[in-house]
Design a protein around this ligand. Structure first.
Ligand code: Q46
Ligand code: ZN
Ligand code: ZN
Length: 324
């Protein structure tokens, strides 16, 4: 097996691209796919301040690495979810990545900040763990991006993730979700712009990227994901892909090209959203879904940080008086 580009021995074959790559050309291929996704969907402008949500898994660490390689100013955001050993270990991988590369990381620990963690919060609120977790992460990600003055929030969703979500929404014909499924959600109603630059790359490609780029990541799946429908949908799509390479990408990108527009009218968000009376986040009711979860989970909102009003600034002498 030879590299399609340089004819040196290849390390990986990509059937849907009918290509094989050596290490260097595979890393370049991945970065080129991200560059193309960013350009095709106008995800990030060159001088945007970028926040990447990182979990310690392969996808989020890979996209952070790729964005750095492409020259973006990208900070990381890690949310400690309190899912036992899994969270402890994933946090360790993130910190090792940050220290080795001298990057800037924003950290939010749910227990320290809000007084609850995902397992106890989900139980108390009688929600499926992934539903409580997804809601919480969206709230914390949005808040961190807006409060930190970032232009764009990046997540590590890859082609397999997006195709599986599309598949789940399609078999239930959840038209409102189909209306909103896109690699870019523009900033609106107080929410930051959200982008998924890995949509052109698969799960297997991201695992290979990490191995070849020397990125250590947590291999174990989150223990709370066991049995969720999303994993079942991924398995079905993998079977299709094995028989017909490119099926997954066709399903997803043909939806974006030809299907998505037919569902736009189902997006009932008219921009008239209000503000949560407790936390100030955008909300369609008086109290946002996160604050309702927080109440049931027995947590509390953090105290607002006092604004330092007393710090006196001295003007340099030459600026104090207007010299005649
Ligand atoms: S972390 Fe959270 Fe995932 Fe674990 S509880 Fe579910 S949503 S599976 S990406
Ligand atoms: Zn090569
Ligand atoms: Zn709220």
């Amino acid at each position: 097996m030879k590299c399609t580009v340089c004819r040196e021995p290849a390390l990986i074959d990509l059937r849907r691209h009918n290509s094989n790559f050596c290490s260097d050309h595979f890393l370049k291929f991945c970065r080129d796919q991200v560059t193309r996704a960013i350009a095709d969907y106008e995800m990030i402008q060159p001088d945007d301040k970028v926040l990447v949500a990182v979990s310690g898994g392969k996808d989020s660490l890979a996209i952070w690495d790729i964005l750095n390689a492409l020259g973006y100013e990208a900070h990381g955001l890690y949310v400690g979810l309190g899912i036992g050993d899994y969270s402890d270990t994933s946090g360790t991988y993130v910190k090792k990545f940050v220290e080795a590369r001298g990057l800037h990381l924003v950290e939010v620990d749910l227990q320290d900040t809000y007084g609850f963690d995902i397992p106890t919060g989900a139980r108390a609120a009688k929600r499926a763990p992934c539903s409580a977790c997804g809601l919480t992460k969206r709230h914390v990600f949005d808040g961190a991006a807006v409060d930190g003055g970032y232009d764009v929030l990046v997540t590590g969703h890859n082609l397999d993730d997006e195709a599986a979500v599309l598949f789940g929404n399609t078999i239930k014909w959840q038209t409102e979700y189909l209306a909103r499924q896109a690699p870019v959600l523009p900033a609106r109603n107080g929410f930051p712009r959200k982008v998924k630059p890995l949509v052109r790359l698969s799960e297997r490609e991201m695992a290979a990227y990490c191995v070849l780029a020397g990125i250590d990541y947590i291999v174990d799946e989150c223990p709370m994901a066991a049995g969720n429908r999303h994993l079942g949908h991924k398995a079905i799509l993998n079977q299709m892909e094995a028989q017909s390479p490119g099926a997954k990408a066709d399903f997803y990108f043909n939806f974006l090209r030809s299907g998505a527009e037919h569902f736009r009218a189902e997006d009932h968000d008219d921009g008239s959203i209000g503000t949560c009376e407790r936390c100030g986040a955008p909300a369609s009711g008086e109290v946002c879904a996160f604050c309702r979860l927080l109440e049931r989970a027995g947590g509390t909102l953090p105290e607002p940080q006092p604004v330092e009003l007393t710090a006196r600034r001295e003007l340099p002498r030459e600026l104090q008086r207007e010299t005649p």
